[in-house]
Design a protein around this ligand. Sequence first.
Ligand code: CU
Length: 81
Amino acid sequence: MPEPQRTVHTVLSVPDVSCAHCKMAIEKAVGRLPGVARVEVEVATKTVAVEFDRAAVQLATIQEAIEGEGYTVAGEQAVGA
Ligand SMILES: [Cu+2]
């Protein structure tokens, strides 16, 4: 029997992202949260791709970490996959 899927992959829209500094700041803030397996900011599309263990961390916590760096999360672009 396969284990229940606990890993969530989502893409957040963060319109304020504009340069390599934004990328670094967000990746650092989100990456240090326990339960986050992967975070990648794409400056060109102003998106933050996150993979996290939903048993360990909630999406709201990830959004707070991004907003704590001074960025606004406009919404979720895609869920699943
Ligand atoms: Cu920047």
